[in-house]
Design a protein around this ligand. Structure first.
Ligand code: GLU
Length: 424
């Protein structure tokens, strides 16, 4: 995301929190305090190249608010990372943890790098250096990082090892999203997608009076979040009729079909794109399926649209062409503020990212609890706890929204802000 887009995202986040506070009658000095981050750490990392030379790399850890508990949020590695973007994402983490009622605040980290340009050794040394430069401001009861865009369990393992080396003792709860072999939690990998499906099922119960009808769904993005959302939704009988990745999208030939997600995932590993993976009922055929663009996928006449890739993909350019009546925001910020207003006026129900994709940070919380107790749970127990927490959060947001006659997005922000302000 460019610095300008980052700035815009930050302004949007500030505006939403500002207007939420105003509608709750909160005083201006309190609003100002809630919007401003507690601390901004901006450091220069020394990336040690394989040839021994050092490249300076900008990096951030922004701690927005810790009224409800230690700062919590991922670290992203991306060449367009900038301070405003990280601040916006840290702010939204404070809202996300509060909506789902976790004992955490909000933070976010970023490193200005395209990790695909690095060797494994360079990536490891860069990850270790990030921790070396920020070790004094993180910790299991201070600030607990996790993966985000372009970071993964292996990077968390390297970071934790570096942190433990610096402090001279074990502290597995300082990072979440670790490999299961290194104190990670079972179920963390699938958690964001699984949480999104729990939210979808709760929504359908409310809309259809308990009648769990089967929906047609288009999922944009086939990373960890999009894949597990599609897989788990299809296991419940919903039909996944379109999927996509950065190379394009693919649509089933017949509306009664549904992609076989396990087969697609195996095929993608081989062919590096889902657009060649027309997999239905266990059989894949690279020549079949309607190839469409990512933009076309968003405009399909499906029951449910699931943007699970990038920010701002639904915006003023395409908002009038959206045909789905329900949007589940699995990416962070996939619907722009203007598009959100427009779609709301046109009767589209949007489940906001701070609720829909909170399954990831919820299981991070469960991993933190397990790490602190040094006692690890079965996957079944993790999934049950995830369900309990996200279903309760959905119910809070739904009920508050109905009482106040406001959208789910407005309601989620109100629920979160009320919890944060109550802790002041
Ligand atoms: N990066 C994820 C998010 O945006 C997970 C954060 C976490 O687990 O702390 O929600």
């Amino acid at each position: 995301m460019s610095a300008n887009n980052g700035e815009q995202m930050l302004n949007t986040a500030k505006e939403i929190i500002g207007s939420t506070c105003q509608s709750l009658g909160i005083e201006q000095d309190v609003i100002d305090r809630i919007i401003e981050p507690d601390s901004i750490h901006e450091v220069t990392l020394d990336l040690e190249r394989d040839n021994g030379r050092i490249t300076p790399i900008k990096a951030f850890r922004i701690q927005h608010n810790n009224l409800l508990g230690p700062y919590k949020g991922g670290i992203r590695f991306h060449e367009t990372v900038n301070r405003s973007e990280v601040q916006a994402l840290a702010t939204l983490m404070s809202i996300k943890t509060a909506v789902v009622n976790l004992p955490f605040g909000g933070g976010k980290g970023g490193v200005v790098i395209n990790p695909k340009t690095l060797s494994q050794g360079e990536l490891r040394r860069l990850s270790q250096n990030y921790v070396a430069k920020l070790a004094n401001v993180i910790g299991e009861d201070i600030d607990v990082p996790a993966p985000d865009v372009n970071t993964n369990p292996t990077i968390m393992k390297w970071m934790l090892a570096e942190y433990e080396k610096i402090i001279g003792r074990k502290s597995p709860a300082t990072f979440t999203g670790k490999p299961v072999t290194n104190g990670g939690s079972l179920g963390r990998m699938e958690a964001t997608g699984r949480g999104g499906v729990f939210v979808l099922q709760e929504l359908l119960k409310r809309l259809n009076g308990g009648n769990q009808s089967k929906m047609t769904i288009a999922v944009q993005g086939f990373g960890n979040v999009g894949y597990y959302f599609a897989l788990i939704a299809s296991q419940l009988g919903h039909r996944i009729i379109a999927i996509s990745d950065s190379k394009g999208a693919i649509l089933v030939e017949n509306d009664n079909d549904s992609f076989d997600l396990n087969a697609v995932q195996n095929c993608k590993k081989e062919l590096a794109t889902v657009t060649q993976c027309y997999c239905v009922n266990g059989v894949c055929d690279s020549k079949r399926g309607k190839k469409i663009s990512n933009e076309d996928l968003l405009e399909l006449p499906v029951d449910i649209l699931v943007p699970a890739a990038l920010e701002n993909v639904i915006n003023t350019e395409n908002m009038s062409k959206i045909k789905a009546k329900i949007i589940i925001e699995m990416a962070n910020g996939p619907v722009s503020a203007k598009a959100n207003e427009y779609l709301k006026r046109n009767g589209v129900l949007i489940v906001p990212d701070v609720l829909a994709n909170a399954g990831g940070v919820i299981v991070s919380y469960l991993e933190w609890v397990q790490g602190k107790q040094r006692y690890w749970w079965t996957e079944e127990k993790v999934n049950l706890e995830l369900e309990k927490i996200i279903v309760a959060a959905f119910s809070d947001v739904w009920t508050h929204g109905k009482e106040k006659n406001i959208s789910l997005t407005e309601s989620a922000f109100q629920v979160a802000v009320q919890r944060i302000v109550a802790a002041l």
